[in-house]
Design a protein around this ligand. Structure first.
Ligand SMILES: NC(=O)c1ccc[n+]([C@@H]2O[C@H](COP(=O)([O-])OP(=O)(O)OC[C@H]3O[C@@H](n4cnc5c(N)ncnc54)[C@H](OP(=O)(O)O)[C@@H]3O)[C@@H](O)[C@H]2O)c1
Length: 312
């Protein structure tokens, strides 16, 4: 897997990274054996940046990585979100969360610690407690880089620049259906901030099986995506393939360092890696873009959940 420098952090990360929220059983039940096989498939091919959070599966995704040696991967985890509607950016919660993540993951330090879904929760607390506390932890070596994550690009950009964070991870906004991250990512990259594009399959919306029932995309968007899936089906191509290849082949020109895909299947991870090495079918992409045009850049206002539902 080709690597890239993540903004000004100096760390080399793969162009395709693994979002391990799926290991918290947020899409379907996942056993530790499946988690181990998926992680092993990723690591074997150089996909060694793993993004987790205490929120995903209510600690299950972090626990799923316990057996992976710290030297084998770059770890990104989060603070601040602890339930579907539960944020706490206080100093006490931040210190406790980092300490608990270190213990759960059995690591000595965290490469990238991110404030989770920053458009929610108490903004004053985020700026005056969580971020300063993380800077202290960075100075003492407990965390190496500080990032923020979320969906609202205006909030992410303003906060990232004001607070001079190291990384920004946005989700579902650089995909076949939504291109809003592009301009923002370019500006952030210019400012030396590492940008990660999470959810290139728009949390399952851009797959043959379609979005999970908790997905917040508008019904018009879902309908068009189903039409695109049907087109891909007729052509014998997997929509996930085109969606991933679109995100990967356009990332660099937008200033996006890495694309963070989620799967809890070793087979799908291997497929994703194989697809990452192939060019996108430009004729099919053009056809999809014309069908997608009426719903391009239509996002949602309601918070997607399910990270808090750890299924066995
Ligand atoms: N606020 C935030 O900080 C935030 C928000 C969203 C995402 N993220 C990060 O980004 C990561 C990725 O996002 P995501 O997992 O939610 O969405 P995603 O990567 O867009 O899509 C995941 C879905 O796609 C399926 N999939 C993956 N590869 C596939 C393949 N080859 N063929 C068919 N289906 C495939 C997965 O199912 P299978 O498991 O069956 O493969 C899962 O249902 C998360 O794990 C998380 O780390 C962060």
């Amino acid at each position: 897997m080709k690597t890239v420098t993540l903004g000004g952090t100096g760390i080399q990360i793969p162009l395709l990274a693994m979002g391990a929220a799926s290991l918290g059983s947020i899409y379907h039940p996942v056993s530790q054996r499946q988690a181990n096989e998926t992680v092993a498939a990723a690591l074997t091919h150089g996909v060694n940046y793993f993004d987790v959070a205490p929120y995903y599966g209510l600690t299950k995704s972090e626990i799923a990585l316990q057996g992976v040696a710290q030297r084998d991967y770059t770890l990104a985890t989060k603070v601040g979100r602890y339930g579907d509607s539960l944020w706490d950016f206080s100093r006490g919660a931040t210190l406790q969360s980092v300490e608990q993540s270190l213990a759960r993951l059995k690591v000595d330090y965290i490469d990238v610690i991110q404030c989770h879904d920053v458009e929610y929760g108490n903004q004053q607390q985020l700026r005056e407690e969580a971020l300063p506390t993380l800077r202290e932890l960075r100075a003492s070596g407990v965390v190496r880089h500080i990032g923020i994550t979320g969906y609202r690009l205006d909030v992410l950009e303003r906060l990232a620049v004001d607070q001079q964070v190291d990384t920004v991870m946005a989700y579902c906004t650089w995909t076949l259906q939504d291109r809003r991250l592009g301009a923002v990512a370019s500006r952030l990259q210019q400012a030396g901030i590492g940008v990660l594009n999470a959810s290139p399959l728009s949390m399952g919306l851009l797959t043959q099986t379609g979005a999970p029932d908790w997905h917040q995309a508008h019904q018009d968007v879902q309908k068009v995506c189903r039409a695109v899936a049907a087109l891909c089906d007729r052509q014998g191509v997997n929509l996930a393939q085109v969606a991933l290849q679109f995100a990967l082949t356009t990332a660099a020109e937008q200033g996006i360092a890495s694309t963070v895909i989620g799967t809890a299947s070793a087979e799908n991870m291997l497929e994703n890696i194989r697809w990452s090495e192939q060019p996108v079918d430009t004729a099919l992409l053009g056809h999809i873009e014309s069908i997608m045009a009426p719903v391009l850049n239509i996002g949602w206002d309601v918070l997607p959940c399910n990270g808090g539902k750890a299924q066995k």
